[in-house]
Design a protein around this ligand. Sequence first.
Ligand SMILES: [Zn+2]
Length: 266
Amino acid sequence: MQLNRIGRIQYVEVVFPGSPFSTQGFTTRHEGVSRPPYNSLNLGMNTQDQQANVEGNRSLMARAFGVSQEALVTPRQVHGSDILVINEPNEDYSHFLSVEGDAVITNQPHVIIGVCVADCAPILLCDPDKKVIAVVHAGWKGTAARLVAKTVAGMQSEFGSNPARLYAAIGPCIQKCCYEVDEPVRKDFVQSGIDWEACSEQKSPGKWHLDLAAANRELLLLAGLQAEAIQLSEQCVCCHSEQFFSYRRDKEDSGRQMGFIMLNKS
Ligand SMILES: [Zn+2]
């Protein structure tokens, strides 16, 4: 993963080997139109930023990748585990913005599917054989709900994907250095069967530091992906205020970056 620029948009580019079929990555906070504290490429609808600025940023992003703003699909994220499947062309995809979901799967080209995040892990999935892509919003709740594994299973059942042939990228998120959590999080992870010892470090009684990316990598491996097919960003959004938004750091003043992926051809 490395910084790249397309049009005005600066983003962490992900290249999946053998797949010229898709374009994907993770946006940074640069070169948008939002004023501080949302400066400047705030792509999240549910912030206190001016709606017109968010719309302007989303339009900038869509145009940079060569599609209309109506073809930039982000569901209404609720920290749940519902998956939106888009399996036919639409004139205008904007109605999906009001559909609740925390993952999107599609086989449709020229549609950017994305999730807006501040600390949560954005995860991209690509099946170069069946030409199917997916994006997942994994905070601790989505991780405990095993949403990324559920999305792999969805690609398998809806489109016949073989997990062993998928590529994945886990984007910049809050890392273990800054992500202190407490008992309710530990309880949910343990109940869900995730190896808590492997993805956390206890700092004091009742306080742990959670490695969200490691937990999701583990879920991807259990879902059948090959270790070498999983890319991981090591950047902590909370440590890097010059580059990324972080809710843990900036609270209500935080904008949202986006993990996104688009099929270039069907
Ligand atoms: Zn950090």
